[in-house]
Design a protein around this ligand. Structure first.
Ligand code: SF4
Ligand SMILES: [Zn+2]
Length: 334
């Protein structure tokens, strides 16, 4: 069976079984902007969900189960306002919807413009949204930039610069050429771009995942992307990856792999490299031996918000040797 039909089948079954809360979320965190550590706010809106996910979608993504099917635009705007009240004063505001900010099925043009007007009143330095490439058009971006006062940054889930891995392991549904087109549109509209890169998609070894993530980061930076954000895979409910995980055919990445990737990439690129692994330190997220996880995770977070390599350079634990052995063993077994 083709990967796409397997994913579709898992999705339609899980959409019946899993009823998400449909609740939005908002929190404060630290990030790196304009050469310094700043306060950032994240608001996750619960819209009707990513259109690609509703048609099957990516092998690791279960965000669609948290969407609010039937959410009205008034509700989406209300969530945004409540989110703003929760995050308070920040320099860097990130508005996510686990889908595409520019998909009018999720966030209408009217709501988008109202959100921009609210943002203008806040005095933030940068607003970040996220979108698949197909919704990024010159028209939409030019209008956005003309209304919005702070800088606009669009995050795109490129995941890898390798088309084969993106298609065969992730079922992402777009090519590097489509990403590049969207990137060019952003560039000519004066919009900044952030590439999300996935650490350890299914069907490749840990060692291959490290090489893919390093190569992808360096290549994306060479294309001109202004920020790299690494997402170590976490096993989400109702996904193909969860089925593999339950059969013990998938292990989320080691935190040592995450450290190795961001270190090697940061040494080669001059743009910010950030990583805030969700679900890390648990069996379903990126993890080490259990004893060093919180220490390594805290170091990755410190690195992300300061861009100072010293936080991740001296990390050690007895499990580091086991990680190295497993890397070699996995390659040997293939
Ligand atoms: S990873 Fe992004 S594009 Fe893929 S299904 Fe999830 S929200 Fe949609
Ligand atoms: Zn350890």
């Amino acid at each position: 069976m083709q990967l796409e039909s397997v994913v579709k089948e898992i999705r339609s079954r899980a959409l019946e079984e899993l009823r998400g809360s449909g609740k939005f979320a908002a929190w404060r965190e630290r990030d790196f902007l304009h050469g310094e550590e700043v306060d950032a706010g994240v608001i996750v809106l619960s819209t009707r969900g990513c259109a690609w996910a509703l048609r099957g979608g990516c092998t690791m993504c279960g965000y669609v189960y948290d969407s609010s099917r039937g959410a009205s635009q008034a509700e989406v705007l209300q969530q945004f306002k409540e989110g703003l009240a929760k995050v308070g004063e920040v320099a860097y505001l990130k508005v996510f919807n686990s889908g595409s900010f520019f998909d009018e099925g999720e966030i209408s043009r009217e709501t988008r413009l109202k959100i921009f007007q609210e943002v203008n009143a806040l005095g933030v330095k940068r607003l970040q949204v996220e979108s698949r490439p197909e919704y990024i058009t010159r028209e939409v971006l030019e209008e956005s930039v003309s209304v919005l006062e702070p800088e606009l940054e669009v995050g795109i889930g490129l995941e890898t610069t390798n088309d084969y891995i993106r298609e065969v392991c992730i079922n992402k549904g777009f090519t590097l050429a489509e990403f590049t087109r969207a990137f060019d549109v952003c560039k000519s509209a004066g919009v900044k771009t952030k590439a999300y890169l996935l650490i350890k998609p299914p069907f490749i070894t840990e060692a291959e995942a490290i090489e893919d993530a390093v190569r992808s980061g360096v290549e994306a930076a060479r294309l001109g992307v202004e920020r790299l954000s690494y997402n170590p895979l976490n096993v989400q409910r109702g996904t193909l990856v969860e089925e593999l995980f339950n059969k013990r055919e998938y292990r989320p990445p080691w935190l040592w792999s995450v450290v190795e990737i961001i270190k090697r990439v940061k040494e080669r690129v001059s743009i910010p490299v950030v990583c805030s692994p969700s679900g890390a330190g648990t069996k379903r997220g990126a993890h080490n031996c259990g004893k060093c996880d919180s220490r390594v995770l805290a170091a990755i977070r410190r690195f992300s918000s300061t861009q100072e390599l010293r936080y991740i350079e001296e990390l050690t634990c007895t499990c580091k040797q086991r990680w190295k052995e497993e890397l070699n063993l996995e390659v040997f077994e293939r």
